[in-house]
Design a protein around this ligand. Structure first.
Ligand code: MF3
Ligand code: CO
Length: 253
């Protein structure tokens, strides 16, 4: 069952999303070569708390940390650890905030220090697949398949792979609600997009094959071929006038 949100509920999610956007902006400035991903986790926990939110991930299905930090070939759900970030690594940070009973969810990928042109290009394509391809399709009257297809087409036409095994989702009183929001698919298919629908759209883009495996820790998703991956996610509310990015940060186009 899909729960459409009232204007009041979207207002609360907008507040939570603002907290999340600020947290992402602060983390972007904080991440530097020499830091461990656990330090980034602690910083995120403090930033979320300072602004009156709670981590949506800590304790979710026994997840052990406050955020997810996925480095290089790690696609999503990397667990913060004593791993030291080095110049040229790419780091995806995925943050979920619970505020006044409602969840918002967003992710960004950054180069640590100075990176390769290939890494920058991968990150750009993941980001733009959402803002330049997906977002335009998120409007009342369209279907989710239109969004999925536009994202897939953008990514593949740029020569990258799109992960199939993990998808976006509805979001609200729970972090994962119906419907599923794949980053691949056929136009005209799937759930109707209408005002009140709130979804987390989260393209996961790979340099090589789109195949992924889960490590023994039960969480960390890596590319099968060991090539780089980038993740970009926003929580998006559909209003009468179109899509609204609830987790806006300065990287959002
Ligand atoms: N943004 C991630 C997702 O939608 C959240 C993972 S929850 C965690 O899959 F607890 F696993 F971190
Ligand atoms: Co998500």
């Amino acid at each position: 069952m899909i729960s459409l949100k009232s204007a009041r509920e979207i207002e609360l999610m907008r507040e939570g999303g603002k907290i999340l956007g600020c947290v992402l902006s602060e983390l972007k400035k904080y991440v530097k070569p020499g830091q461990t991903t656990l330090e980034v986790d602690r910083k995120a926990a403090a930033l979320i708390r300072e602004r009156g939110g709670q981590s949506a991930f800590k304790g979710y299905r026994d997840y052990p940390a406050y955020i997810c930090t996925s480095v290089n070939e790690e696609v999503v759900h990397g667990i913060p650890s004593d791993r030291v970030l080095v110049e040229g690594d790419i780091l995806s940070v995925d943050v979920g905030v619970k505020y006044m009973g409602y969840y918002t969810d967003a992710a960004r990928t950054w180069v640590v220090g100075q990176g390769s042109r290939e890494a920058e290009e991968l990150i750009r394509v993941a980001r733009e697949s959402l803002y330049k391809a997906g977002l335009d399709m998120i409007r009342p009257g369209n279907k989710l398949g239109d969004v999925s297809h536009a994202i897939q087409k953008f990514i593949e036409s740029n020569g990258f792979g799109v992960v199939r095994d993990f998808v976006g989702h509805g979001i609200g009183r729970a972090i994962h609600e119906e419907p599923q929001v794949p980053n691949f698919g056929k136009p005209g298919r799937g759930v109707k997009i209408e005002p009140g629908l709130v979804i987390a759209v989260e393209p996961m883009v790979t340099q090589g094959s789109f195949e992924v495996v889960i490590l023994e820790d039960g969480w960390t998703v890596v590319t099968k071929d060991g090539k780089l991956a980038s993740h970009h996610e926003d929580t998006i509310a559909i209003t009468e006038s179109g899509p609204e990015l609830l987790t806006y940060s300065e990287e959002s186009l």
